[in-house]
Design a protein around this ligand. Structure first.
Ligand code: S3P
Length: 169
């Protein structure tokens, strides 16, 4: 069997949908590496995401994010999680078109439970619940556009979500 050359699955969804947690479980099950574009960006920039937003601004962060997605979708044979806003970039959506992409659906209440929306996410710094809803409303059509499958995470553990993702692939 030849080794895969691109991601075997890409996880998309809003903050609190469990992309990183589920991604790690999936990678472990598949015996493949896990990669997270947020972590890649922090490594490239040499600082945490909130500091990138403060020092360089969101447009610069989005540029780093497009670069990180391009690198990861071409050079990473494993499980890939994208930051919640990555799908806003047309270039990113085009890169995802040929790949197996799973949208992790989550309701606000569950998202809050998972990340406590006071985690350091610059876009959710003020009125996190209302902002989360706004972001989700604007992005849901984009998550659906890139997704080859949608998995509902409601009342499921990361292990159960991982099972559902594997079934959906
Ligand atoms: C963002 C989500 C974050 C991170 C950045 C911006 C967004 O990733 O990329 O704070 O625009 O929704 P998570 O979805 O992993 O929280």
């Amino acid at each position: 069997m030849s080794m895969p050359t691109g991601p075997v699955v890409v996880l998309v969804g809003p903050p609190g949908s469990g992309k990183s947690t589920v991604g790690r479980v999936l990678a472990e099950r598949l015996g493949l590496p896990f990669r997270d574009t947020d972590a890649d960006i922090e490594q490239t920039a040499g600082k945490p995401i909130p500091e990138i937003f403060v020092d360089e601004g969101e447009p610069h962060f989005r540029q780093l994010e497009r670069d990180a997605v391009r690198a990861a979708t071409t050079g990473h044979a494993g499980v890939l999680a994208l930051g919640g806003g990555a799908v806003m970039a047309e270039e990113t959506r085009a890169l995802l078109a040929p790949l197996p992409v799973v949208f992790l659906e989550v309701a606000l209440g569950d998202a809050v439970k998972r990340v406590g929306l006071d985690a350091p996410r610059p876009l959710l710094a003020v009125n996190p619940r209302a902002r989360w809803r706004e972001l989700m409303e604007a992005r849901r059509p984009l998550y659906l556009e890139v997704a080859t499958a949608v998995v509902d995470t409601q009342d499921r553990t990361p292990e159960q979500v991982a099972d559902a993702v594997l079934e959906a692939l």
